[in-house]
Write a protein that binds this ligand. Structure first.
Ligand code: GLA
Length: 406
């Protein structure tokens, strides 16, 4: 090679490397398949299906104490919700004392958690459940003055592991302007070093698009700012989260925030849409209401096993919006055993007749399917071919599993 050719070769190598750096990680993995794909996951063996449980934040905010946590654990068991998979009992912000102890360790607030977190973990574990806790990748937690873990990652991870923590939600407040891509990894390593498998939930609100870098760092990553208990906010979380569908997979999930079902700000139809979209999006299903006092109507929604099974399907592929014509929105995604989940969601103020075409939802034309309605809990008498039409109420949905009839 003459020097000109060497220069050209070098330029090509540099260009290729630059392009590879720009290609999102999942695309790279599709190029190289198998092992790269596996090695790029956080190797703690957790979150092979989206996590399910409860979190204190959406209903209680800072008004939490150990009695609420214990009673919630009791209620998850007595209502049967834990048998359906709701296993994580997650204490969100405001459990910690504003001072670390004399060895620099985090301690719980004595006035509200007098028995300490270890005792709570023992209790929750004795009920067959898992305990989650909240920390922050900055100097303070978001509700302020409780200590964050920046600079204390190893110490705090060790404390969490010694307490028997199973899940860490790691927030992003008071971070001094440094990048989450740097700070979150430090906690990943600290957690790994403890030797205890702890589900690691990244909560940087989608600021630096964590779907693009979250897979080796955490088991889930918030793609959005905080959810509120109203229709428009809930739908907007779903829409933002949908964009990152390609990045979700067993071991690492997009997180559009916790469920608001049962907190009173939406109608039952709207809450059904909420659970349906979270289920097909393979989102964490973290109940956010007071499960100690839950109405039958709300229980019928969050305990819908057929919808939960879609979320927990071991194929782990996040559904996408496949047709969006104003208010009527059609979502679909593949499930195991050649099935397809279909959601006809009507986000508008009027009833709509909605049609899903097989072309849009990944079924070959002429495929004859059996249709299971997951909210009516019935298998439709008629088989369908090429398309399916249904009437959908305002702010309501129809959710179906289509199984090819062979
Ligand atoms: C942030 C998070 C919320 C919640 C609060 C607690 O806003 O995004 O989910 O944890 O902090 O202060």
């Amino acid at each position: 090679m003459n020097s000109r050719e060497v220069e050209v070769q070098l330029a090509l190598v540099i260009l290729t490397m630059m392009i590879l750096c720009l290609v999102p990680s999942s695309a790279k993995e599709r190029l190289s398949h198998g092992e790269t794909y596996r090695r790029n996951l956080l190797a703690n063996g957790l979150g092979l299906t989206p996590p399910m449980g409860w979190s204190s934040w959406n209903h209680f905010h800072c008004n939490i104490n150990e009695t609420i946590i214990r009673e919630t654990a009791d209620a998850l068991v007595s209502t049967g919700l834990s048998d359906l998979g709701y296993k994580y009992v997650n204490i969100d912000d405001c459990w910690a004392d504003i001072h670390r102890d004399d060895k620099g360790r985090l301690v719980s607030k004595n006035s509200t958690f007098p028995s300490g977190i270890k005792a709570l973990a023992d209790y929750v574990h004795s009920k067959g459940l898992k305990l989650g806790i909240y920390g922050d990748a900055g100097y303070f937690t978001c509700s302020h003055m409780m200590p964050g873990s920046l600079g204390y990652e190893e110490k705090d991870a060790k404390t969490f592991a010694e307490w028997g923590i199973d899940y860490l939600k790691y927030d992003n407040c008071y971070n001094g302007g440094s990048k989450p891509t740097i700070r979150y990894k430090v906690m990943t390593r600290a957690l790994m070093k403890t030797g205890r498998p702890i589900f690691f939930s990244l909560c940087e609100w989608g600021d630096m698009h964590p779907a693009l870098w979250g897979n080796p760092v955490g088991n889930s990553w918030r793609t959005t700012g905080d959810i509120r208990d109203n229709w428009d906010n809930m739908i907007s979380r779903a829409d933002i989260n949908e964009v990152f569908a390609e990045y979700a997979r067993p071991g690492g999930w997009n997180d559009p925030d916790m469920l608001e079902i049962g907190n009173g700000g939406m109608t039952l139809d709207e809450y059904r849409v909420h659970l349906s979209i979270w289920a097909i999006s393979k989102a964490p299903l973290l109940i956010g209401c007071d499960v100690r006092n839950i109405s039958k109507d709300i229980m019928d929604i969050i305990a819908n096993k057929e919808v939960i099974d879609v979320n927990q399907d071991n194929l782990g592929i996040q559904a996408k919006k496949v047709r969006w014509e104003g208010d009527p929105t059609i979502w679909a995604g593949p499930l195991s055993n050649m099935r397809v989940v279909l959601l006809l969601a009507n986000t508008g103020p009027n009833h709509h007749s909605m049609t899903a075409n097989w072309d849009d939802i990944g079924l070959p034309q002429e495929t004859v399917v059996e249709v299971r309605d997951l909210w009516e809990h019935e298998t439709l008498k008629q088989h369908f071919v090429n398309n399916l039409t249904a009437m959908v109420t305002r702010h309501g949905c129809k959710m179906y599993i289509l199984t090819p009839v062979l």
